[in-house]
Design a protein around this ligand. Structure first.
Ligand code: SF4
Length: 231
């Protein structure tokens, strides 16, 4: 009887110590996560503002890992949620830039279907998305013409799942993705096996959105522009 009581006291003490340690570890990990996230956000914000990218792998890893909690916290405290995505996109752009400039063939531009006009008559292919008729009702036709001059192929995506299909079937070597910051930060991870550059839509809303065609041309001509600037 005495032995049983002693052994039950010992197990209770061990359990208490274990719980206490687990509790301490949990608090330590939470504080660590908060500090690491604040650091990543500060570095990312500095990089965004100064156009000088610091510790890109650390910032990308941390912000993608804690992406959902960060969005939740930003939303709760009414901070601009898109900031996390803007940091991610700008850092991805910088990380991929050199390889993007070197890619010479099978270059593509991915356009979201929300840029189409409501009266768009384009046919949708189950593999490659919409085939634009260049009717002039939205600026996708113009983007396609500018892209053709520069050897880029344009795909109009009916949804995010088409990115994988197009990558599998067309096998591009570089890519310009056009989307809103939230879509873009996610889409750029799908395309991260090849050099990718992101361009934001000028307006949100998922309906008759607009992209700045000059910004897309700038991305297409990035290599040529740099050569001219060096001369
Ligand atoms: S330009 Fe192309 S994508 Fe735009 S509305 Fe006309 S057919 Fe549709």
């Amino acid at each position: 009887m005495v032995t049983e009581t002693i052994s039950s006291i010992i197990s209770s003490v061990i359990l208490l110590i274990t719980f206490e340690n687990v509790g301490k570890l949990a608090v330590f990990l939470l504080v660590l996560a908060i500090v690491v996230n604040i650091l990543a956000l500060l570095i990312g914000f500095y990089s965004l503002r100064k156009k000088r990218i610091l510790f890109p792998k650390f910032v990308l890893f941390t912000l993608y890992l804690f992406y959902s909690p960060l969005h939740y916290i930003f939303k709760t405290f009414s901070i601009r949620e898109k900031l996390v995505d803007e940091i991610l996109v700008e850092i991805q752009n910088a990380v991929h830039l050199n390889k993007f400039k070197k890619a010479d063939e099978r270059k593509i531009i991915l356009i979201p279907h929300c840029m189409r006009n409501r009266k768009c008559k384009a046919r949708c292919d189950p593999l490659y998305g919409y085939y634009c008729k260049k009717c002039g009702l939205c600026n996708i036709g113009e983007i396609i013409e500018e892209a053709e001059k520069r050897d880029f192929k344009v795909f109009i995506l009916p949804g995010g799942s088409f990115i994988k299909k197009i990558f599998k079937e067309y096998k591009p070597t570089s890519c310009i993705e056009v989307a809103c910051p939230i879509e873009l930060s996610e889409a750029m991870t799908i395309g991260s096996k090849i050099p990718v550059q992101g361009v934001y839509l000028k307006n949100d809303g998922c309906f008759e959105t607009v992209a700045d065609i000059n910004e897309i041309i700038e991305k297409m001509e990035i290599k040529e522009r740099e050569k001219k600037e060096k001369k």
